[in-house]
Write a protein that binds this ligand. Sequence first.
Ligand SMILES: Cc1cc2nc3c(=O)[nH]c(=O)nc-3n(C[C@H](O)[C@H](O)[C@H](O)COP(=O)(O)OP(=O)(O)OC[C@H]3O[C@@H](n4cnc5c(N)ncnc54)[C@H](O)[C@@H]3O)c2cc1C
Length: 340
Amino acid sequence: MHIQANYPLEKHNTFKINVNAQYYVEIFRQSDITVLRSDLTLASLPWRIIGGGSNMLFTGDIKGVVVHCGYKQIKIVKEDADNVWVSVGAGNDWHELVEWSVNHGYWGLENLALIPGDVGAAPVQNIGAYGSEARDAITRVQTLNLFNGERREFRNADCNFGYRTSIFKQEYTDRLVVHRVTFRLHKLHAGIPNIMYEPLKQALAEVPKADITPKMVFDEIVKIRRKRLPDPKNFGNAGSFFKNPVVNSEYFQEILENYPDIPHHKTLDGHFKIPAAWLIEAANWKGQRNGRAGVSNRHALVIENLGGATGQDIIELAQMIQDAVDHKFGIHLEPEVIFI
Ligand SMILES: Cc1cc2nc3c(=O)[nH]c(=O)nc-3n(C[C@H](O)[C@H](O)[C@H](O)COP(=O)(O)OP(=O)(O)OC[C@H]3O[C@@H](n4cnc5c(N)ncnc54)[C@H](O)[C@@H]3O)c2cc1C
């Protein structure tokens, strides 16, 4: 366990916002929590959990204790003719786990390649991309209670997985730290590729379906993502800044009258989901900047730190975008990124 005071978080968030945590603690095991809680100063402060900081916006120095789970073991805990169950420490890098899985010929995680962040955040966020979500492969999530170190295990059905959310994000934010996640992966002969996403289907159109491997899907996803998404290594960002808004059918018909080409997707409950990127582009914010923050010219849903931006700079720009979209379409964009 490592405890550091007045710790710079610039390298712990993909927005590259330069703030300090009053205390930063890396934990590895249950006993680390009980030891930390016996320190009266630390115990009296608020505690916050971070992973790789790829879905967060730090708005100022953080008072209290920032906790990161660094536990990294990867272990196959069970195997049958068609599947393996892999238990993975929360502190592993998500993309490295996906790479490990495809290099072993296992199906299940390949569509989620190149999503930044830690394995521990994957169930919290129920990460998803290209027709696949973390919940499809997760069987168990082992957590530690940040107040008393108590272990608790959740089966998939107990996790309340939803669109980019879970019980860990709804009920147990900053209370339960994910320590290990178990995934059921299919062996090479027992899995089938999930290539519903059109560009992926096209990229693999020449290969007979039976010859497609998880590594091939992984490689294509990496290519597609590198082409489409701005890389936080160039300009700090946290991926999609806003959620795609959902409007009721009545209001959607009104919008449709003025904007007949508006892209949309009907939800199961009869509402309409509209891509926030389209709304932002239509409100003329794609590629625009405000001081040290800007909207990516590759993807309108991504706000970038153009160099030395503070959390407040990003928030100011986000508000300008929200106002413009609200003014033009009467739709309020909700941030997907968590403000801290
Ligand atoms: C360029 C880019 C592309 C992205 N693309 C996608 C995408 O395609 N699909 C997608 O779903 N997301 C995407 N994201 C968002 C982000 O990568 C995911 O939400 C990711 O899971 C966040 O992981 P993290 O470790 O950085 O978590 P953080 O941002 O540090 O934290 C996110 C939340 O998880 C909690 N948390 C983190 N670790 C733990 C833990 N061990 N125990 C308990 N709680 C924890 C935090 O408290 C916080 O509430 C993208 C982000 C970027 C920057």
